[in-house]
Ligand binder design. Structure first.
Ligand SMILES: [Zn+2]
Length: 390
């Protein structure tokens, strides 16, 4: 039986009902926003541990499934599926999602349905679907629910993913690739739907060939962007935004999947009823296939510091700009947008068009043109969201 068929059959065991149940529970009032070190966080942890057990994962933390973050207050949850094939099986592919959120402030609860109960729910489905595979894995797969991704821990030594990289429960040189997921439940805007952004493949040729080999899923558009397109701010410089960053900083290949920040990002309005579960089940099937192919590929993963994918990034940004600026009734399509952001996008459009034409005809572009793409990308991302509100 051919591998593509075997993987897509196994992927069809992804359950939309379970995605809904998981997000509803993690984002329920009972869990009070899952801030690290709280009762709500402990309840979330118990739920995820139980799901790991049901999916047949072997405990791979420092204490069963758990890894206490000694430098902070949180706890990572780590489970493993063994690869069948040494020496390949000694390497690991990580699939991860952070499970903490902002907790509560007085009587306001921040439920964090999209951020990041969505990623946890998808990760759990990816873990469960492995049981439906008929042939063995190559590399082992490590599933990690990271704690303490949110402020005040973000990018400090107390951040779950950073603590893991500093205190890995597997030898760090055996990590072939890290897959990070954050904010998987929404569409950018009505009319521009089904977009799944992936960053990081530009830094690893094998990651690119793995993505190329994943069978397409109807209704899901995989959009490859260089990681700098979402991180590079004017004046501020680089501002990373999720758990991939500590791995990237160690030059470990990574893929970061996200649907982007919705207008209710980091607000009490991030509730379970807002998410697109049909899209999430497509995403779970896509990430499942990516994981299995990454586990089985015989090629070795290598990080390339200077890797770029400017053309595909420019295509995405160009399409987003045209979509936004062609809208007949922006105040309806983009509620809360600012006139200033709109004007800025108008200013970038002709420049982006020129750059895109150049890249399409095979010409190379310079640093200044790359900056234009980064700023147009930030303009799009900040149309309805305050990006630096964390
Ligand atoms: Zn998040």
């Amino acid at each position: 039986m051919d591998m593509t068929r075997e993987i897509s059959d196994a992927g069809s065991s992804v359950s939309q009902e379970r995605l809904i149940d998981t997000v509803r529970y993690l984002a329920s009032d009972e869990l009070e926003g899952r801030a690290s070190g709280t009762d709500g966080s402990r309840k979330a942890r118990a739920y995820i541990e139980e799901a790991f057990r049901e999916a047949g994962l072997v405990p791979a933390g420092s204490d069963g499934y758990l890894q206490k973050i000694e430098t902070g207050v949180g706890t990572n949850i780590i489970g493993r599926l063994d690869g069948a094939d040494p020496p390949l099986g000694e390497e690991v592919v990580i699939v991860s999602a952070h499970y903490d959120h902002l907790g509560r402030s007085g009587d306001r609860i921040f439920p964090g349905a999209d951020d990041n109960a969505s990623g946890v729910a998808v990760m759990l489905e990816v873990a469960r679907a492995q049981q439906a595979l008929r042939s063995p894995l190559g590399r082992s797969i490590l599933f990690i629910a990271f704690d303490s991704e949110e402020p005040p821990y973000f990018m400090t030594g107390a951040m779950g993913s950073k603590f893991f990289v500093n205190h890995p429960t597997v030898p760090i040189h055996r990590i072939a690739m890290m897959i990070g997921t954050d904010l998987l439940g929404t569409d950018p805007w009505p009319g521009w739907e089904g977009q799944l952004f992936v960053m990081g493949e530009e830094k690893c040729p094998v990651a690119t060939s793995v993505l190329d080999a994943v069978a397409g899923i109807e209704g899901l558009a995989i959009r490859r962007l260089g990681i700098h397109m979402v991180e590079q701010f004017p004046i501020w410089g680089r501002h990373p935004f999720s758990d991939y960053a500590p791995f990237r900083d160690r030059e470990i290949p990574f893929l970061f999947f996200t649907c982007g920040r919705p207008s209710f990002y980091h607000s009490p309005r991030d509730t379970a009823d807002k998410l697109n579960y049909e899209k999430m089940s497509r995403i779970a099937r896509f990430i499942f296939s990516t994981t299995v192919l990454a586990s089985r590929t015989a090629e070795s993963f290598r990080f390339e510091r200077d890797g770029e994918n400017l053309l595909s990034g420019a295509e995405v940004i160009g399409e987003g700009l045209e979509f936004v600026l062609d809208s007949r009734s922006p105040s309806k399509v983009f509620p809360g947008y600012t006139r200033l952001a709109w004007m800025a996008l108008k200013w970038w459009r002709p420049k982006v068009r020129k750059i895109l034409a150049k890249l399409r005809s095979g010409e190379s572009i310079g640093q200044r043109e790359i900056r234009v793409l980064e700023r147009a990308s930030l303009g799009l991302q900040s149309l309805t969201v305050k990006l630096l509100r964390r």
